[in-house]
Design a protein around this ligand. Structure first.
Ligand SMILES: Cc1cc2nc3c(=O)[nH]c(=O)nc-3n(C[C@H](O)[C@H](O)[C@H](O)COP(=O)(O)O)c2cc1C
Length: 184
């Protein structure tokens, strides 16, 4: 598959579309290896990943569901149940974290941008391996330090739900690039 084909094939695949097949550890390692080749200003390599599976994944689901209840402006039992459901439907969840350079030699946005580029690498690799993934950034990620140890300056930017799926990838045609470009 050419890089452009993989880019166009990459889609958000929600956990409801995953099947029960476990994602192999070697596949997850390949995703992480791809992530690690992202560009990075001053080579700070700010991306950090926590691979969550098994009992810890169940615990994470429970933590997020409880935290949702505490912080939700308009609590919905259905939404709360969906948090647990997504966790159960996923073979693994990768927490996307960013470690700020201790010397703050770069603005934070550059560290976030580099981390996002590493996620794109991971997501494209998942596409090539036939895996589905979904980057979710609920407000609860701001409380992740209550669930697991985060280093000083480390921040959680989302959850990447991962699983096998069957069938067609959802279609999405982006808006016209010509509307977003000026040739000067
Ligand atoms: C930084 C980031 C955060 C995201 N957070 C969420 C989220 O919280 N909930 C959600 O439904 N989708 C989230 N998404 C996924 C987008 O909804 C999805 O990428 C978009 O609908 C385009 O679909 P595609 O990924 O199939 O191209 C996020 C995507 C990015 C890049």
């Amino acid at each position: 598959m050419s890089i452009f084909e993989t880019i166009k094939k990459r889609r958000t695949i929600v956990p409801a579309l995953f099947n029960n097949e476990s994602v192999k550890r070697s596949d997850i390692e390949q995703l992480l290896e791809a992530a690690n080749w992202a560009p990075t200003h001053r080579r700070t390599e700010p991306w950090r990943f926590k691979v969550v599976q098994g009992q810890v994944k169940d615990d994470l689901g429970l933590f997020l569901a409880k935290k949702y209840k505490v912080i939700a402006k308009k609590f919905s039992r259905v939404k709360q149940a969906k948090i647990m459901e997504k966790m159960n439907q996923s073979s693994a969840v990768i927490l996307i974290c960013m470690q700020r350079d201790p010397n703050e030699s770069l603005p934070e946005w550059e560290e976030i941008a580099a981390t996002a580029m590493s996620v794109q690498n991971l997501w494209l690799m998942a596409t090539e391996l036939g895996l589905g993934g979904y980057w979710s950034s609920p407000k609860m990620i701001n409380y992740m330090h209550e669930f697991l140890f985060l280093e000083k300056g480390e921040r959680c930017l989302g959850l990447f739900y991962l699983g096998h799926f069957e069938g067609e990838r959802p279609e999405r045609v982006p808006g016209d690039i010509a509307d977003k470009v000026e040739w000067l």
